[in-house]
Design a protein around this ligand. Sequence first.
Ligand code: NAD
Length: 275
Amino acid sequence: MSKVVVVTGAGGVLCSTLAKALAKQGNKIAVLDLKKEAAEQVANEIIAEGGEAIGLAANVLEKESLELAKKEIDSKFGGCDILINGAGGNHPLGTTTNPFLVKEDLLNKTEGFKTFFDLDNEGVKFVFDLNFIGTLLPTQVFAKDMIGKKGCSILNISSMNAFTPLTKIPAYSGAKAAVSNFTQWLAVHFSKVGIRVNAIAPGFFLTEQNRTLLTNQDGSLTQRGQQIIDQTPMGCYGKPEDLISTTLYLCDEASSFVTGVVIPIDGGFSAYSGV
Ligand code: NAD
């Protein structure tokens, strides 16, 4: 395939890996990230490997910023064929300290200790905006290019917490459930204009986003980190490279009759009841 692929959040761990893999297939990659330097660095790495890329600052929460990036992409590569909505993440203000509420927690006045009742509205909104609106706006900006063209598709990044919420992260779990639901909605809505819409739902990958939650300073696993391994039938964390083949498949004609699916890539985590 030789397409124009726009990847948001592509300065990050998982989507830089996907951007590089798509470049190796001969695609032209627009590497978009809030952090300009991160986007440029990934684009430069692709170019150094003989690929074609452009690194651009773009905020998935601001349509104007996305329109500006689109102008540059249009003049360098032409219109978008494939969009990967990769920007996303969690925020500590949308996270509880403990997995379960016990009465004693209500009396705990330690600074930073958060029960469900202390969740910050702005923190929760931040997470919903970043993951949901951050998928909707780039789709509005880039999907118009795809209408009536052959072989166009959109890939969203959900999470296995969209199937069953993880403890402590209600905002992130809810926001990713919204991304999965929106993937199905868009797949139906765009079905008559030739745009397929699918998602991958990664399980646990050790990245900067979750490193402090899952590992101690000495690199050993935290209690939560170990709990995840115990709940993952394959018994390990994923590597970013584990996302490549499913991504290539969903972005390629090989999946031309596949739309509206959310594929877990999680070592069996979402399939396992724990018993
Ligand atoms: P990451 O933090 O390494 O990458 C996210 C990138 O998004 C960063 O480079 C960041 O600068 C960029 N970004 C943040 N806000 C943005 C904005 N407003 N506009 C544009 N870019 C913005 O995280 P990652 O682990 O590579 O995650 C990539 C995607 O995969 C996210 O959607 C994440 O929620 C999802 N995910 C990650 C895991 C995991 O275990 N790491 C699991 C499931 C799903």
